[in-house]
Ligand binder design. Structure first.
Ligand code: PMP
Length: 402
């Protein structure tokens, strides 16, 4: 496969069995920001790992287990290099949610309970609630008028009391892209660490944690065309080494007695219990698949679809578009007099799947002054026909509600 594949999207669609209805007709799937469909390469890798290759990892003395361990650790290396990191800095988690909970809990132990974290108004609940649960004092950075995290405001708000800045790299509602390098400089300027929630960035743009200058990077495999139940936390080696374990159990220890336990070094320290072996291998295959197409090509492809969609929506009456024009792969909007759930239901009749709701970002809905938005989000397999079907369906909905 080459980057040219994106000029012939039908070929890419053919890689994804989930993009077709039971009768073989195409399904206009525009909810990839919620979860991406899986390419055959990932499905096959998962089937192989669950079948022919299956055994546990890190424990068995027999050949199959040793080979499975090699496969699991190769997946760690693949996922780490996918974001420009090292394998010893890559912890497998259940997803972004668990990765952020891990940092919120374990970094609280490093700085002491009651530390201060700066979040933003556009964060997903999974980058809000973990900090509250772990006892952090939460400050909230506002947004610019076009829906970006206002880094000038962040600069004014940050103090030496802040130990953490935690921002979405790309907003799951607005698609706005953070200037991560500047956020890192601002955080480091007051002695804080920067955690980036990279859920919506890794599937749609090149990510290099070293170039971004962040301290932690969290994401979920299932939005990156991989399986559910697997994701990653990348953290700088010295930060991971400073953190106590997150959960206790097998595989994370060095020596256990009833009096005292010592712990394995990172990343194993943070992977208690039998890991999601098959899912990790599936995520490694997903990284291979996406890398073969190329993140630059995917980014350019989604930017074109976003521009087409925004142009089509801008021409419609009674429609509010949210987020900046250079949104990454995500377009949120609201139609006056039509609840997003009704729009979603009518579009479903048209074979078009969008997301309607608060998108796990209730504080952002409050900020936008709406109870919910409709959201169309693209993947590497989306094409012009998907956009045309969406715009046609919206026109029909508007006629129904006129
Ligand atoms: N952050 C962002 C920006 C997201 O879009 C999502 C998923 N909607 C999450 C975090 C949580 O991801 P998961 O549910 O896979 O842990």
């Amino acid at each position: 496969m080459s980057t040219a594949a994106l000029d012939a999207p039908i070929d890419l669609k053919a890689d994804f069995p989930g993009l077709f209805n039971a009768d073989g007709t195409p399904w206009h799937y525009l909810d990839s920001a919620a979860t991406a469909q899986k390419p055959r390469a990932v499905i096959d890798a998962v089937a192989r790992a669950l079948g022919r290759d299956y055994a546990t990892v890190h424990r068995g003395v027999y050949t199959r287990s040793a080979e499975m361990t090699l496969g699991y650790e190769a997946a760690r290396r693949r996922v780490a290099t996918f974001i420009g990191g090292r394998e010893d800095e890559l912890v497998f988690t259940r997803g972004a949610t668990e990765a952020i909970n891990l940092v919120a809990q374990c970094w609280a132990a490093v700085v002491g309970r009651g530390g201060r974290v700066l979040l933003s108004e556009l964060e997903h609940h999974s980058n809000i609630v973990p900090w509250q649960l772990a006892g952090w004092q939460v400050d909230v950075c506002p947004l610019t008028h076009d829906g970006r995290i206002d880094l000038d405001a962040a600069e004014r708000m940050l103090t030496r009391e802040h130990s953490v800045v935690a921002f979405a790299h790309v907003s799951n509602v607005l698609g706005s892209v953070l200037d991560a390098r500047r956020a890192a400089d601002l955080a480091h300027g007051v002695g804080a660490v920067l955690l980036l929630d990279g859920c919506q960035a890794v599937p749609r743009m090149p990510v290099d944690v070293a170039a971004l200058g962040c301290d932690f990077y969290a994401f979920s495999g299932h939005k990156l065309y991989g399986p559910t139940g697997i994701g990653a936390l990348w953290g700088r080696a010295e930060h991971l080494a400073a953190m106590p374990p997150y959960q206790g159990g097998g595989a994370m220890i060095e020596k256990v007695t009833f009096e005292k336990t010592t712990f394995a070094p990172p990343p194993q320290r943070f992977e208690a219990g039998t890991p999601a072996i098959v899912e990790a291998i599936g995520l490694g295959a997903a990284c291979d698949y996406v890398a073969a197409i190329g993140l630059e090509a995917i980014q350019a492809h989604e930017a074109r679809l976003v521009a087409e969609t925004r142009a089509g929506l801008r021409g419609m009456n009674d429609l509010t578009l949210f987020g900046p024009d250079d949104s990454a792969g995500i377009v949120s909007f609201a139609i006056r007099g039509v609840h997003p759930h009704d729009l979603g239901t009518i579009l479903d009749e048209e074979n078009v799947a969008i997301r309607a709701g608060h998108h796990c970002a209730q504080p952002l809905m409050e900020r936008l002054g709406v109870p919910a938005t409709a959201r169309a989000s693209f993947g590497l397999y989306s094409d012009d026909r998907d956009v045309e079907a969406l715009l046609r369906g919206i026109e029909r909905t508007k006629r129904i509600f006129a």
